[in-house]
Design a protein around this ligand. Structure first.
Ligand SMILES: [Zn+2]
Length: 203
């Protein structure tokens, strides 16, 4: 029986412990490198981040296209709530379907539903929002549906690590799940806006 290319990759991904989505990317390469004992020779963490454009209008538009376009809806792997109401789907950029589902799947695996609820990792505060940066003239990463906010009420824009909920130690696995996909958090990088995760490098 002939296997399709997707099936072949799924088989390999299962074998090396990567998520079997049949679409090999950097996470699959990393899992293979670990399996082969090459992970100390190849620094894939750096490479993961370099997948995403720098946060300038020029690089963002070259990579994602015009603001507000090329977006699609995904079903999150665990129930998210927006303003207290369950959400069925969230809108993300087409290029971010696998990274976002991958990160949230890792979160589910790492914490389980009970902890997710307790730590408020299910409080979603939006992705696509075609607007300019606060106080600026360039587009927000949200305008490309390439940034996601979580639990804004406990991670307000101006809170630093002493106040923001998601800066606490128990959120380490949450951040690692996103960082594995090359995403960047303003909290971990700049110590403000701990609600915010973006698929764009800081410019
Ligand atoms: Zn944001």
């Amino acid at each position: 029986m002939d296997a399709t290319e997707t099936e072949i990759w799924q088989r390999i991904q299962r074998e090396v412990g990567a998520r079997p989505d049949g679409q090999p990317g950097i996470a699959t390469a990393k899992a293979i490198a670990v399996k082969l004992g090459l992970s100390s020779e190849i620094s894939l963490d750096q490479f993961v981040q370099h997948k995403w454009p720098r946060d300038t209008d020029a690089e963002m538009q070259a990579f994602y296209g015009p603001v507000g376009e090329n977006v699609t809806q995904i079903t999150p792997p665990y129930q998210l709530y927006y303003a207290g109401k369950p959400v069925k789907v969230i809108t993300v950029h087409e290029k971010l379907v696998n990274p976002v589902i991958g990160a949230l799947s890792d979160v589910l695996k790492a914490y389980g539903l009970e902890q997710i609820k307790k730590l408020k990792l299910d409080r979603f505060d939006g992705c696509l929002n075609v607007r300019k940066k606060r106080g600026g003239s360039t587009w927000s990463v949200h305008a490309y549906a390439a940034a996601l906010d979580f639990c804004a009420e406990n991670n307000a824009l101006r809170m630093d690590h002493t106040e923001a909920l998601f800066a606490k130690a128990e959120y380490e696995a949450w951040w690692r799940a996103w960082e594995r996909q090359g995403a960047i958090s303003l909290g971990r990088e700049r110590d403000f806006d701990w609600m915010h995760i973006q698929f764009a490098r800081l410019s």
